[in-house]
Design a protein around this ligand. Structure first.
Ligand code: SF4
Length: 478
C-alpha cells in the first residue's frame, strides 16, 4: 500500500543547541511489514468513524464512468465545509456512514468495493495508509502503527523485539539542522528498553527528562540540551536514582479512581463499540464492580488482580508494554507532540509526557482489571484486545488526550508524587479479598444461549460515586 508522508512536517524549533553526537535516523521498520488481513479481521477499520477523502481522490471518484460503484459513491460522498470552500487537505470530503455506522462501500465479505473494482490506487490517502501513521520530525520521516487495528496491535505487542528489523536509517537522509532531536529520541527509546528499572520507573524518568528539557527551553535550567542528555544517560546508567525512585509513593485507590474517570470519558460517547463494551465488562468484573461496591472494595480487588494475574503475566512478557510505549513514542512524535513539531512552535514536553502517562495509566489499569477477570487464563490475546479496543476509542475522541491532561492537572496528579501514584503498583503481602470465581458470568445470556446482548454490570450506571482524588504535593526527585 502507498505510504503518504505527513504533509504537516516541520522542524522542531525548541531550544537551539549544537550537535550531541552523530544524528540517529530513527525509522522503525516494523510498520512497513504490516499486512491487512482483510475479511479475517475480527474488527474492521470501515466502521465507527467517518472516512476522510482527500481532494485528489474525490476528483478520481467524480471522474469514474457510470456504474453501480459510481452511483454508490455519489450518494455517500459529502464535501466537508473546508472542501466546499475549495481548501485542500486530507479531509476535503468524507464518506457518510450507514445507519449502523459502517462504510457503505464495505461488501458482505467485509472487503472494500473500491479496492475490489478499481484497485488500491483508487483508495483515499487515509484508507491506503491506515493503520500506518507517518509523521515527521526535523524533516525525517518516522512510521508507526495505529493500534486501533487488531492486526497492527498484534504485530506491535507480540514482537519479542519490536525494533529488531531496524530502527535506524541512512544518515545521509537526515536533513535536520538540530540533530539533538534524534539524540533525544534515542535516549527515550533507550530508556523504555532499559530493564534495569521497573517499567513504571522508566516512564517516570521520561517525565523528569521532559520537565528538565522544558526548563532548558525557558532558560530556567542552565544546561545545553546535548550536555543534559549525556548527563541524564550517565545518571540513569549509574543506578544512582534507584533509591529516590523506590521511595516514591503508591496508592492503588487513587490510581483506580483516575483509571475509572479516564474510562468514563471514553464511555460517555454515543459511539461505543462492542469490543470496547466487552473489554469494560471484563475490567469491571475483574475489579469486583456491582451495586454494593465502594471505592475501597474496588481498590482491594484491583490490588488483588494486579498481584495475582497482571504482574505475573507481564513479568513473563515484559516486551508487550514496552512495545506499546515505543509505538506510542513514534506515533505521537513524543516528546515533541504534534503541536511541538509545527514550524515556529515551542514543544511542551511536560504536557506531552502527561498525555502519554494518562494513556499508559488507562491501558495498564484496564489490563489489571481484565487480568483479574481472566485469572490464570489471561493471555496475550486479551492484552491485544484491550489495547486495540481502548485505542480505537481514544484515537477517535478528538479531545480525549487534552481532557486526560486537564483531569490530571486539576487533580494535582501531574506532579512527581501524583504521577508516581498514577504509574506505580506495589505488590501487597496482606490477605487478598476473595477472588470472584473465573466461571462467573460477565454477560447476560443472549437469546437461545447465543452471543450475550449486554453486560450484567451496566457500564457506568453501577459505578459508585467516587471521591475526588486528593491533591498531591510536589517534592522529591522531580
Ligand atoms: S482493522 Fe486492520 S486488519 Fe482489520 S481490515 Fe482494517 S487494516 Fe485490515
Amino acid at each position: 500500500m502507498q505510504i503518504n508522508p505527513d504533509a504537516a512536517s516541520a522542524r522542531c524549533s525548541g531550544p537551539q543547541e549544537r550537535r550531541l553526537a552523530e544524528p540517529i535516523f530513527i525509522r522503525p521498520a516494523y510498520a512497513e511489514q504490516f499486512r491487512c488481513i482483510g475479511s479475517e479481521c475480527e474488527d474492521t477499520c470501515c466502521q465507527g468513524w467517518s472516512v476522510p477523502i482527500d481532494r485528489a481522490t474525490y476528483r478520481k471518484y467524480k471522474d469514474l464512468p457510470s456504474s453501480l460503484l459510481r452511483a454508490q459513491l455519489d450518494s455517500c460522498l459529502v464535501l466537508s465545509p473546508a472542501g466546499k470552500e475549495g481548501l485542500n487537505g486530507e479531509t476535503f470530503a468524507k464518506i457518510r456512514m450507514t445507519g449502523s455506522n459502517q462504510c457503505p462501500l464495505l461488501t458482505e465479505n467485509r472487503l472494500c468495493r473500491i479496492q475490489l473494482e478499481q484497485g488500491e490506487a483508487f483508495l483515499s490517502e487515509a484508507c491506503a495508509s491506515y493503520p500506518r501513521v507517518v509523521t515527521s520530525i526535523g524533516g525525517v520521516a518516522e512510521m508507526a502503527l495505529a493500534l486501533s487495528c487488531p492486526e497492527a496491535a498484534r504485530q506491535v505487542l507480540l514482537a519479542e523485539d519490536l525494533l529488531a528489523a531496524g530502527h535506524g536509517g541512512d544518515e545521509g537522509e537526515t536533513s535536520t539542522e538540530e540533530p539533538w532531536l534524534f539524540g533525544l529520541r534515542d535516549v527515550v527509546v533507550g530508556l523504555i528498553r532499559n530493564r534495569d528499572y521497573p517499567l513504571w520507573q522508566r516512564v517516570f524518568l521520561m517525565g523528569i527528562l521532559c520537565r528538565r528539557l522544558d526548563a532548558i527551553g525557558r532558560g530556567e535550567f542552565a544546561r545545553s540540551v546535548p550536555g543534559f542528555l549525556a548527563e541524564f544517560e550517565a545518571t540513569v546508567a549509574s543506578g544512582s536514582l534507584h533509591g529516590a525512585l523506590d521511595a516514591l509513593p503508591a496508592d492503588g485507590s487513587a490510581q483506580l479512581d483516575v483509571v475509572l474517570r479516564l474510562a468514563g470519558m471514553l464511555l460517555h460517547r454515543s459511539n461505543v463499540r462492542q469490543r470496547f463494551v466487552d473489554c469494560i465488562g471484563a475490567f469491571t468484573a475483574g475489579i469486583g464492580n456491582g451495586p454494593e461496591a465502594t471505592l475501597e472494595s474496588l481498590a482491594a480487588h484491583y490490588q488483588d488482580a494486579h498481584d495475582r494475574s497482571y504482574e505475573p503475566f507481564f513479568e513473563r512478557h515484559p516486551h508487550m508494554l514496552e512495545n506499546y510505549l515505543l509505538n506510542t513514542v513514534f506515533r505521537w512524535r513524543f516528546p515533541f507532540g504534534r503541536e511541538g513539531t509545527r514550524a515556529g512552535a515551542q514543544p511542551q514536553m511536560t504536557r506531552e509526557f502527561v498525555r502519554l502517562a494518562a494513556q499508559f495509566a488507562l491501558i495498564k489499569g484496564l489490563l489489571i482489571g481484565v487480568a483479574g477477570f481472566h485469572g490464570e487464563k489471561f493471555t496475550a490475546e486479551h492484552v491485544v484486545h484491550t489495547v486495540q479496543a481502548a485505542t480505537k476509542h481514544f484515537d477517535h475522541h478528538p479531545e480525549f488526550l487534552n481532557l486526560a491532561h486537564d483531569l490530571l492537572a486539576e487533580s494535582g496528579l501531574d506532579g512527581a508524587r501524583g504521577l508516581a501514584v498514577l504509574l506505580r503498583n506495589t505488590k501487597l503481602t496482606a490477605a487478598a479479598p476473595a477472588a470472584r470465581p473465573a466461571s462467573d458470568p460477565v454477560y447476560a445470556p443472549g437469546p437461545a444461549g447465543g452471543r450475550p446482548e449486554r453486560p450484567v454490570l451496566p457500564l457506568t450506571a453501577s459505578m459508585p460515586p467516587l471521591p475526588h482524588p486528593r491533591p498531591m504535593r510536589r517534592r522529591g526527585v522531580w
